[in-house]
Design a protein around this ligand. Structure first.
Ligand SMILES: CCCCC/C=C\C/C=C\C/C=C\C/C=C\C/C=C\C=C\C(=O)SCCNC(=O)CCNC(=O)[C@H](O)C(C)(C)COP(=O)(O)OP(=O)(O)OC[C@H]1O[C@@H](n2cnc3c(N)ncnc32)[C@H](O)[C@@H]1OP(=O)(O)O
Ligand SMILES: Cc1cc2nc3c(=O)[nH]c(=O)nc-3n(C[C@H](O)[C@H](O)[C@H](O)COP(=O)(O)OP(=O)(O)OC[C@H]3O[C@@H](n4cnc5c(N)ncnc54)[C@H](O)[C@@H]3O)c2cc1C
Length: 664
């Protein structure tokens, strides 16, 4: 803090809860708090990880700088003997998308999830020591969402006991894989398996792409970067790549064979593992993306909240200070639901991590019963949380007025880095439609004796939910979690049943599904919002120590669900889950909750425990010392290196001269 002055000190004094305890709730445990606190400071205090110039660097320099940081991070991880958890925190706080994200986040998980024990034994030690660097090469120029439509082929040659990997068309070129363009030595490449002239669907293959000696592509491989992406700096630190194969041969044992095996004589043997496990890495990453959504959103909210307390506009009385913009009700009604959503996504992410761990343990014991639930929850929640977060970051930029548009606010880069999350790991609409299929299947099975399970269990009470009438009579009734849950359950169930009824009128169900897809997506949103609300409410049933901490979380939970109710009141009214009067009472209660958040707002964002380095934002500085730092930063722009700009003599002077002579 400059001169030790904390311009937000008065705001911090207003807090009605124990911020230190809230930091632990946010981190998930004492243990994770301690690690994230220590590692974030370690990164922040190391000048090698500085990120000042990122938005101004040309691509080549930017990329080289990322390589430098990634290699230095790896050195620190080894020198300090960091655990896997600490190492992943270090990469997180370095806060620069890099090939290492794909190596650790997809290449290794793909081998772990789809490789046999033998394959894992061979490849994982090399990958763990980074003696090979891997990417996840699935998407092609012509096909991304439709995985079954991929064109790359892997044809078994029984003569040599090899697969021949080939790109038969331009559209079969691999296109997008991160880390592929310039760095990866290996990839898990997804291709159509062909043996004896027969097709056997999409499978993963470990393919070496570059020579380990000099990094040149292996024969038959064309490889490069796909070009600049949205924004300055941002995701351009990543070498998303293009890759073509011209009959590249790999040994048979490099097909990932947990799901199916190809024998020496070219027979395909299915194990008792479901074929959907080929998609398992995506389920894993979608789960991590839900956790990341709370990080990205909380970061934007932290910047917008601190700046809203610093910024003043209008309302000065007798020469006194103007009003802090955070005190405007409109500012609160845009900002506080995002603050509440950040907490909501944190808790649903925590729960999803638990669900995923549970599913993984079951899979290891050959119990595949919970795989559809894992697919539905990861697909639906990935879509919901990334869409809200991407929109939320942009809303935070607007909440910061003009200064939010400056790169030094940190928000443009955060948005540019974050927004592809709505597309990668499954386009959000495509994933919602996957959940819609599962919802419609669940509704169609009601009454068959097969009880819905997991997050669909509420559908088992369909008779009751179809008859439900909300009995809210006064605004405070909306603070009762049981009432809220039932209203959200009834809305989701009724929207699904309504879609199912409409679907049943179509002779061809696929045609009906396509025709009704926009309605189905709305039903899925209602279902996913119910999951988030219910997991927030479940969190509040836990023992949460610390003065006022649980109370603050209750307020945020109320803001989260009442804001949703207000925003989607069309759904609630159309399905007769609430009356117009009850919807209006919900909004009254929401305003009361906003005023309860107000004194705690700064402390609630301090609880994220972000360093100024990680936030990367002058507007979001911990000390609130915004104006001098903005002023100082402007002078560092390369345009200000000279008083008279380059190009003056060539372009400005002749222009001015011409104007003068025209006047004369
Ligand atoms: C400066 C600021 C810095 C700030 C930084 C801040 C924040 C950073 C934030 C986040 C970063 C976090 C992480 C980053 C990580 C990654 C980004 C980088 C990499 C991205 C990688 C990728 O994108 S990899 C490619 C991903 N591709 C996809 O997701 C494709 C989507 N398509 C599909 O999944 C499928 O094709 C499909 C599901 C849409 C359809 O498949 P198909 O086989 O045709 O399925 P059917 O519809 O016929 O269904 C068959 C049955 O299978 C079931 N099923 C489908 N999928 C799954 C599954 N995954 N698991 C289990 N089961 C599945 C389906 O339900 C059907 O079941 P039934 O037969 O029972 O009906
Ligand atoms: C930054 C970034 C990093 C990536 N990293 C990787 C990586 O490491 N490895 C990798 O393999 N891939 C990667 N990808 C690719 C990514 O997974 C795909 O782009 C993504 O799955 C979306 O597929 P698509 O591009 O084919 O979109 P499309 O499917 O072509 O989508 C275009 C539009 O069509 C709509 N649409 C498509 N199908 C339907 C349907 N059935 N019904 C209704 N609407 C539909 C979509 O909603 C969207 O609006 C990355 C992408 C990005 C942007």
């Amino acid at each position: 803090m400059e001169g030790g002055v904390d311009y937000l000190a008065d705001e911090r004094k207003k807090a009605e809860f124990d911020v230190q305890q809230m930091k632990i709730v946010w981190a998930g445990s004492h243990h994770t708090f301690e690690i994230s606190d220590r590692i974030s400071k370690l990164v922040a205090n190391d000048p090698a990880f500085s990120k000042d110039e990122r938005t101004m660097l040309p691509r080549k320099e930017l990329f080289k700088n990322t390589l430098r940081k990634a290699s230095y991070a790896w050195k620190r991880i080894n020198d300090l003997h960091l655990s896997e958890e600490e190492a992943s925190q270090l990469r997180f706080y370095v806060d620069e998308p890099a090939f290492t994200d794909l190596h650790w986040g997809m290449f290794i998980p793909a081998i772990k999830g789809q490789g046999t024990d033998e394959q894992q034994k061979k490849w994982l030690p090399l990958a763990y020591k980074m003696q090979i660097i891997g990417c996840y090469a699935q998407t092609e120029l012509g096909h991304g969402s439709n995985v079954q439509g991929l064109e790359t082929t892997a044809t078994f040659d029984p003569q040599t006991d090899e697969f021949v990997i080939h790109s038969p068309t331009l559209t079969s070129s691999k296109w997008w894989p991160g880390g592929l363009g310039k760095v990866s030595t290996h990839g898990v490449v997804y291709a159509r398996l062909i043996t004896d002239g027969q097709e056997h669907g999409i499978h993963g293959f470990i393919v070496q792409l570059r020579r380990l000696e000099d990094h040149r592509p292996l024969p038959g491989i064309i490889i490069g970067d796909i070009g600049m992406k949205f924004g300055n700096g941002a995701y351009n630190t990543m070498d998303n790549g293009v890759l073509r194969f011209d009959h590249v041969r790999i040994p048979r044992d490099q097909m990932l064979m947990r799901v199916s095996q190809v024998t020496r004589d070219g027979k395909v043997v299915q194990s008792d593992v479901p074929r959907q496990l080929v998609y398992g890495t995506m389920v894993y990453v979608r789960q991590t993306i839900v956790q990341d959504a709370s990080c990205a959103l909380s970061r934007a909210v932290c910047i917008a909240t601190r700046y809203s307390a610093v910024r003043r506009q209008f309302g000065s009385h007798n020469g006194g200070p103007e009003t802090q913009v955070i005190d405007y009700k409109t500012q609160q009604s845009r900002l506080f639901p995002l603050l509440a959503s950040a907490y909501a996504f944190r808790f649903v992410g925590e729960w999803l991590k638990w669900l995923y761990t549970d599913v993984t343990q079951r899979l290891q014991a050959n119990d595949f019963s919970t795989l559809p639930e894992a697919h539905a929850c990861t697909a639906g929640l990935k879509s919901l949380t990334t869409s809200v977060t991407a929109d939320g970051i942009e809303e935070c930029r607007k909440l910061c007025g003009g200064h939010g548009y400056l790169c030094t606010s940190g928000l443009p880069e955060l948005f540019a880095v974050y927004v592809p999350a709505c597309t990668y790991e499954g386009d959000n609409i495509v994933l919602m439609l996957q959940v819609a299929r599962i919802l419609m299947k669940t509704v169609s099975q009601l009454g068959s004796g097969k009880l819905p399970v997991g997050t669909m269990a509420y559908m088992g009470r369909i008779e009751h939910l179809l008859q439900y009438r909300c009995n809210v009579q006064k605004a405070e009734d909306w603070l009762n979690p049981a009432i809220v849950l039932e209203a959200f359950e009834a809305r989701a169930a009724r929207m699904s049943v309504s879609c199912a009824k409409k679907l049943s009128k179509f002779a061809n169900p696929e045609e009906g599904f396509a025709e009704l897809s926009a309605d189905l997506v709305e039903a899925v949103v209602a279902h996913c919002q119910l999951i988030v609300v219910s997991k927030f409410i479940e969190k509040l049933q836990q023992d949460i120590p610390g003065k006022g901490v649980k109370q603050q979380l209750k307020v945020l939970c109320g803001v989260y669900y009442l804001f949703l109710l207000h925003k989607h009141q069309g759904d609630f009214l159309a399905t007769s889950c609430v009356t117009p009067k009850q919807a209006s009472l919900a909004n009254d209660q929401l305003r009361v909750l906003y005023s309860q958040v107000r004194p705690n707002a700064i402390a609630l964002v301090d609880a994220f425990n972000y360093t100024d380095h990680f936030l990367g934002s002058i507007l979001g500085r911990y000390d609130g010392n915004v104006y001098p730092k903005l002023y100082e930063a402007a002078w560092k722009d390369p345009l200000n290196d000279s008083v008279v700009p380059d190009g003056y003599h060539q372009y400005i002077r002749p222009l001015l001269k011409q104007q003068r002579s025209a006047k004369l």
